[in-house]
Design a protein around this ligand. Structure first.
Ligand code: NAP
Length: 250
Protein backbone atom coordinates (compact mmCIF):
# COMPACT_ATOMS: atom_id res chain seq x y z
CA UNK A 1 0.00 0.00 0.00
CA UNK A 2 1.29 3.43 -0.97
CA UNK A 3 1.96 5.94 1.81
CA UNK A 4 0.89 8.93 -0.25
CA UNK A 5 -2.85 9.54 -0.57
CA UNK A 6 -4.35 8.56 -3.93
CA UNK A 7 -6.98 10.53 -5.85
CA UNK A 8 -8.78 9.28 -8.93
CA UNK A 9 -10.37 11.93 -11.14
CA UNK A 10 -12.59 10.73 -13.98
CA UNK A 11 -12.43 12.65 -17.25
CA UNK A 12 -9.18 14.26 -16.13
CA UNK A 13 -7.40 14.53 -19.46
CA UNK A 14 -8.77 18.04 -20.10
CA UNK A 15 -10.89 20.86 -18.70
CA UNK A 16 -11.92 21.09 -15.07
CA UNK A 17 -10.92 17.47 -14.38
CA UNK A 18 -7.37 18.14 -15.55
CA UNK A 19 -7.17 21.17 -13.27
CA UNK A 20 -8.55 19.18 -10.31
CA UNK A 21 -5.84 16.56 -10.96
CA UNK A 22 -3.18 19.28 -11.18
CA UNK A 23 -4.28 20.93 -7.92
CA UNK A 24 -4.55 17.63 -6.01
CA UNK A 25 -1.11 16.64 -7.26
CA UNK A 26 0.26 19.97 -5.96
CA UNK A 27 -1.35 19.13 -2.58
CA UNK A 28 0.68 15.92 -2.31
CA UNK A 29 -1.67 13.36 -3.86
CA UNK A 30 -0.69 10.69 -6.29
CA UNK A 31 -3.26 11.39 -8.99
CA UNK A 32 -4.83 8.80 -11.26
CA UNK A 33 -5.90 10.57 -14.43
CA UNK A 34 -9.02 8.78 -15.64
CA UNK A 35 -9.33 9.07 -19.42
CA UNK A 36 -11.55 7.18 -21.82
CA UNK A 37 -8.77 7.53 -24.40
CA UNK A 38 -5.53 6.26 -22.86
CA UNK A 39 -3.30 8.34 -25.16
CA UNK A 40 -5.09 11.53 -24.10
CA UNK A 41 -4.60 10.42 -20.49
CA UNK A 42 -0.90 9.88 -21.10
CA UNK A 43 -0.55 13.32 -22.68
CA UNK A 44 -2.19 14.86 -19.59
CA UNK A 45 0.10 12.90 -17.28
CA UNK A 46 3.10 14.21 -19.18
CA UNK A 47 1.94 17.75 -18.43
CA UNK A 48 1.15 16.92 -14.79
CA UNK A 49 4.51 15.41 -13.82
CA UNK A 50 5.71 12.42 -11.81
CA UNK A 51 2.82 12.26 -9.31
CA UNK A 52 0.28 11.46 -12.03
CA UNK A 53 -0.59 8.16 -13.73
CA UNK A 54 -2.92 7.58 -16.66
CA UNK A 55 -5.80 5.18 -16.04
CA UNK A 56 -7.91 4.04 -18.98
CA UNK A 57 -11.45 4.58 -17.73
CA UNK A 58 -14.50 4.97 -19.91
CA UNK A 59 -17.36 5.47 -17.46
CA UNK A 60 -19.84 3.97 -19.93
CA UNK A 61 -17.86 0.73 -20.34
CA UNK A 62 -18.20 -1.80 -17.51
CA UNK A 63 -15.13 -3.77 -18.63
CA UNK A 64 -13.04 -0.59 -18.62
CA UNK A 65 -14.35 0.35 -15.15
CA UNK A 66 -13.64 -3.03 -13.61
CA UNK A 67 -10.15 -3.17 -15.18
CA UNK A 68 -9.45 0.30 -13.77
CA UNK A 69 -10.67 -0.71 -10.29
CA UNK A 70 -8.48 -3.82 -10.39
CA UNK A 71 -5.48 -1.72 -11.41
CA UNK A 72 -6.06 0.72 -8.55
CA UNK A 73 -6.34 -2.17 -6.08
CA UNK A 74 -3.33 -4.10 -7.38
CA UNK A 75 -0.94 -1.22 -8.09
CA UNK A 76 -1.88 1.35 -5.46
CA UNK A 77 -3.80 -0.58 -2.78
CA UNK A 78 -5.80 2.42 -1.61
CA UNK A 79 -8.11 5.16 -2.86
CA UNK A 80 -8.50 8.24 -0.68
CA UNK A 81 -10.44 10.51 -3.02
CA UNK A 82 -12.74 9.71 -5.92
CA UNK A 83 -13.73 12.73 -8.00
CA UNK A 84 -16.51 11.86 -10.44
CA UNK A 85 -16.00 14.60 -13.00
CA UNK A 86 -16.51 12.99 -16.44
CA UNK A 87 -19.62 14.23 -18.22
CA UNK A 88 -21.02 15.18 -21.60
CA UNK A 89 -23.80 17.52 -22.64
CA UNK A 90 -24.55 15.84 -25.96
CA UNK A 91 -23.32 13.38 -28.53
CA UNK A 92 -21.68 14.65 -31.70
CA UNK A 93 -19.19 17.43 -32.19
CA UNK A 94 -21.40 20.11 -33.74
CA UNK A 95 -20.98 23.49 -32.11
CA UNK A 96 -24.16 24.85 -30.54
CA UNK A 97 -24.84 28.04 -28.62
CA UNK A 98 -26.39 27.47 -25.17
CA UNK A 99 -29.71 28.68 -26.62
CA UNK A 100 -29.54 26.22 -29.53
CA UNK A 101 -28.60 23.46 -27.10
CA UNK A 102 -31.58 24.03 -24.84
CA UNK A 103 -33.91 24.28 -27.83
CA UNK A 104 -32.75 20.92 -29.23
CA UNK A 105 -32.74 19.18 -25.84
CA UNK A 106 -36.21 20.09 -24.58
CA UNK A 107 -38.31 17.07 -23.48
CA UNK A 108 -40.56 17.22 -26.56
CA UNK A 109 -37.76 17.09 -29.13
CA UNK A 110 -34.69 15.36 -27.73
CA UNK A 111 -34.20 11.88 -29.12
CA UNK A 112 -34.28 9.10 -26.57
CA UNK A 113 -30.96 7.83 -27.91
CA UNK A 114 -29.35 11.21 -27.27
CA UNK A 115 -30.83 11.42 -23.78
CA UNK A 116 -29.75 7.87 -22.94
CA UNK A 117 -26.18 8.57 -24.12
CA UNK A 118 -25.90 11.63 -21.90
CA UNK A 119 -27.43 9.90 -18.88
CA UNK A 120 -25.22 6.85 -19.51
CA UNK A 121 -22.18 9.03 -18.90
CA UNK A 122 -23.45 11.54 -16.34
CA UNK A 123 -25.67 9.30 -14.20
CA UNK A 124 -25.26 5.54 -14.80
CA UNK A 125 -21.51 5.96 -15.39
CA UNK A 126 -21.15 7.65 -12.00
CA UNK A 127 -23.05 4.85 -10.30
CA UNK A 128 -21.00 2.16 -12.07
CA UNK A 129 -17.70 3.78 -11.07
CA UNK A 130 -19.01 4.18 -7.49
CA UNK A 131 -19.88 0.49 -7.27
CA UNK A 132 -16.52 -0.62 -8.69
CA UNK A 133 -14.37 1.69 -6.55
CA UNK A 134 -16.30 1.37 -3.28
CA UNK A 135 -14.47 -1.75 -2.01
CA UNK A 136 -11.14 0.12 -2.32
CA UNK A 137 -12.56 3.30 -0.75
CA UNK A 138 -13.94 1.28 2.15
CA UNK A 139 -10.52 -0.06 3.15
CA UNK A 140 -8.94 3.44 3.05
CA UNK A 141 -9.36 5.53 6.24
CA UNK A 142 -11.12 8.89 5.64
CA UNK A 143 -11.95 8.14 2.00
CA UNK A 144 -14.33 10.59 0.31
CA UNK A 145 -16.21 11.08 -2.92
CA UNK A 146 -16.80 14.34 -4.78
CA UNK A 147 -19.39 14.34 -7.56
CA UNK A 148 -19.00 17.20 -10.01
CA UNK A 149 -22.56 18.38 -10.60
CA UNK A 150 -23.93 21.70 -11.83
CA UNK A 151 -26.20 24.44 -10.59
CA UNK A 152 -28.13 23.65 -13.79
CA UNK A 153 -29.40 20.52 -12.01
CA UNK A 154 -30.93 22.38 -9.08
CA UNK A 155 -34.68 21.72 -8.97
CA UNK A 156 -35.10 24.57 -6.51
CA UNK A 157 -33.52 27.09 -8.91
CA UNK A 158 -35.31 25.61 -11.94
CA UNK A 159 -38.69 25.94 -10.24
CA UNK A 160 -38.09 29.54 -9.20
CA UNK A 161 -39.66 31.85 -11.83
CA UNK A 162 -37.19 34.60 -10.92
CA UNK A 163 -34.12 32.39 -11.42
CA UNK A 164 -32.05 32.78 -14.62
CA UNK A 165 -31.38 29.02 -14.39
CA UNK A 166 -35.04 28.20 -15.03
CA UNK A 167 -35.16 28.70 -18.80
CA UNK A 168 -32.09 26.48 -19.29
CA UNK A 169 -33.58 23.47 -17.55
CA UNK A 170 -33.46 20.92 -20.38
CA UNK A 171 -34.39 17.24 -20.22
CA UNK A 172 -30.92 16.00 -21.08
CA UNK A 173 -27.89 17.57 -19.37
CA UNK A 174 -29.60 19.63 -16.66
CA UNK A 175 -31.92 16.79 -15.69
CA UNK A 176 -28.97 14.38 -15.68
CA UNK A 177 -27.30 16.60 -13.07
CA UNK A 178 -30.53 16.54 -11.02
CA UNK A 179 -30.35 12.74 -11.14
CA UNK A 180 -26.67 12.93 -10.17
CA UNK A 181 -27.64 15.07 -7.17
CA UNK A 182 -30.17 12.43 -6.14
CA UNK A 183 -27.51 9.72 -6.46
CA UNK A 184 -25.12 11.85 -4.40
CA UNK A 185 -27.63 11.97 -1.56
CA UNK A 186 -28.34 8.24 -1.82
CA UNK A 187 -24.60 7.49 -1.69
CA UNK A 188 -24.02 9.88 1.21
CA UNK A 189 -26.85 8.29 3.19
CA UNK A 190 -25.57 4.79 2.41
CA UNK A 191 -22.01 5.61 3.51
CA UNK A 192 -22.79 7.85 6.50
CA UNK A 193 -22.18 5.06 9.01
CA UNK A 194 -18.88 4.15 7.31
CA UNK A 195 -17.51 7.69 7.58
CA UNK A 196 -17.13 8.11 3.81
CA UNK A 197 -18.27 11.60 2.89
CA UNK A 198 -20.06 12.11 -0.42
CA UNK A 199 -20.67 15.63 -1.66
CA UNK A 200 -21.70 17.34 -4.88
CA UNK A 201 -20.04 20.50 -6.15
CA UNK A 202 -20.81 22.98 -8.89
CA UNK A 203 -17.84 24.43 -10.80
CA UNK A 204 -19.77 27.43 -12.14
CA UNK A 205 -19.74 28.57 -15.76
CA UNK A 206 -16.19 27.59 -16.71
CA UNK A 207 -14.42 28.04 -20.04
CA UNK A 208 -13.73 24.51 -21.31
CA UNK A 209 -14.44 22.41 -24.38
CA UNK A 210 -17.90 21.77 -22.91
CA UNK A 211 -18.56 25.48 -22.32
CA UNK A 212 -16.47 27.63 -24.69
CA UNK A 213 -18.40 30.72 -23.57
CA UNK A 214 -17.68 30.08 -19.90
CA UNK A 215 -16.77 33.12 -17.84
CA UNK A 216 -14.66 31.43 -15.15
CA UNK A 217 -11.14 30.00 -15.50
CA UNK A 218 -10.48 26.28 -15.00
CA UNK A 219 -8.66 27.19 -11.77
CA UNK A 220 -11.90 28.78 -10.51
CA UNK A 221 -13.98 25.89 -11.84
CA UNK A 222 -11.82 23.29 -10.08
CA UNK A 223 -11.58 25.15 -6.77
CA UNK A 224 -14.66 23.77 -5.00
CA UNK A 225 -14.02 20.14 -5.98
CA UNK A 226 -10.44 20.50 -4.69
CA UNK A 227 -11.52 22.19 -1.44
CA UNK A 228 -14.08 19.48 -0.71
CA UNK A 229 -11.68 16.69 -1.75
CA UNK A 230 -9.16 17.93 0.80
CA UNK A 231 -11.63 17.74 3.71
CA UNK A 232 -11.15 14.57 5.71
CA UNK A 233 -13.61 12.97 8.11
CA UNK A 234 -14.08 16.37 9.80
CA UNK A 235 -15.77 17.60 6.62
CA UNK A 236 -19.49 17.46 5.86
CA UNK A 237 -21.39 14.89 3.84
CA UNK A 238 -24.45 15.28 1.60
CA UNK A 239 -23.76 18.89 0.63
CA UNK A 240 -24.02 20.69 -2.72
CA UNK A 241 -21.73 23.72 -2.91
CA UNK A 242 -19.99 26.26 -5.11
CA UNK A 243 -16.67 28.00 -4.35
CA UNK A 244 -18.08 31.51 -3.94
CA UNK A 245 -21.88 31.05 -3.72
CA UNK A 246 -21.61 28.49 -0.90
CA UNK A 247 -24.52 26.06 -0.52
CA UNK A 248 -26.61 25.54 -3.65
CA UNK A 249 -30.23 24.47 -3.14
CA UNK A 250 -30.86 20.90 -4.33
P1 NAP B 1 -14.87 18.99 -20.79
O1 NAP B 1 -13.77 19.96 -20.95
O2 NAP B 1 -15.72 18.63 -21.95
O3 NAP B 1 -14.24 17.66 -20.15
C1 NAP B 1 -15.05 16.54 -19.91
C2 NAP B 1 -14.15 15.37 -19.61
O4 NAP B 1 -14.99 14.21 -19.43
C3 NAP B 1 -13.18 15.04 -20.75
O5 NAP B 1 -11.95 14.60 -20.21
C4 NAP B 1 -13.89 13.90 -21.45
O6 NAP B 1 -13.02 13.03 -22.18
C5 NAP B 1 -14.47 13.18 -20.25
N1 NAP B 1 -15.47 12.19 -20.61
C6 NAP B 1 -16.58 12.34 -21.36
N2 NAP B 1 -17.21 11.17 -21.52
C7 NAP B 1 -16.47 10.25 -20.83
C8 NAP B 1 -16.59 8.87 -20.60
N3 NAP B 1 -17.59 8.14 -21.14
N4 NAP B 1 -15.67 8.26 -19.83
C9 NAP B 1 -14.65 8.97 -19.30
N5 NAP B 1 -14.47 10.26 -19.49
C10 NAP B 1 -15.37 10.91 -20.25
O7 NAP B 1 -15.90 19.47 -19.66
P2 NAP B 1 -15.68 20.33 -18.32
O8 NAP B 1 -16.30 21.64 -18.56
O9 NAP B 1 -14.28 20.26 -17.86
O10 NAP B 1 -16.64 19.54 -17.33
C11 NAP B 1 -16.17 18.84 -16.20
C12 NAP B 1 -17.32 18.65 -15.24
O11 NAP B 1 -17.81 19.92 -14.79
C13 NAP B 1 -18.52 17.92 -15.85
O12 NAP B 1 -19.08 17.06 -14.87
C14 NAP B 1 -19.48 19.07 -16.15
O13 NAP B 1 -20.82 18.62 -16.20
C15 NAP B 1 -19.22 19.97 -14.97
N6 NAP B 1 -19.64 21.37 -15.17
C16 NAP B 1 -19.02 22.13 -16.10
C17 NAP B 1 -19.42 23.45 -16.25
C18 NAP B 1 -18.76 24.37 -17.24
O14 NAP B 1 -19.22 25.52 -17.38
N7 NAP B 1 -17.69 23.95 -17.94
C19 NAP B 1 -20.46 23.98 -15.46
C20 NAP B 1 -21.07 23.17 -14.55
C21 NAP B 1 -20.65 21.86 -14.38
P3 NAP B 1 -12.59 13.33 -23.70
O15 NAP B 1 -11.47 14.33 -23.64
O16 NAP B 1 -12.17 11.99 -24.19
O17 NAP B 1 -13.80 13.86 -24.41
Amino acid sequence: MQNKPIALVTGANQGIGFQIAKDLSAKGFTVLVGARNFERGQAAVKALGPNAFALQLDVTDLASISAAAERVRAEFGRLDVLVQNAAITKTGDDAQTPEEYVKTHRPSVVSLDELRAVWDTNVFGVLAVYQAMLPILRVTPNARIVNVSSGAGSLTLASDPSSPMRSNFDATYAASKTALNALTLAMAIELEADGINVNAVSPGYTKTKMSPGGTDSVEEGAAEAVRVALLGSEGPTATFTHATFGAIPW
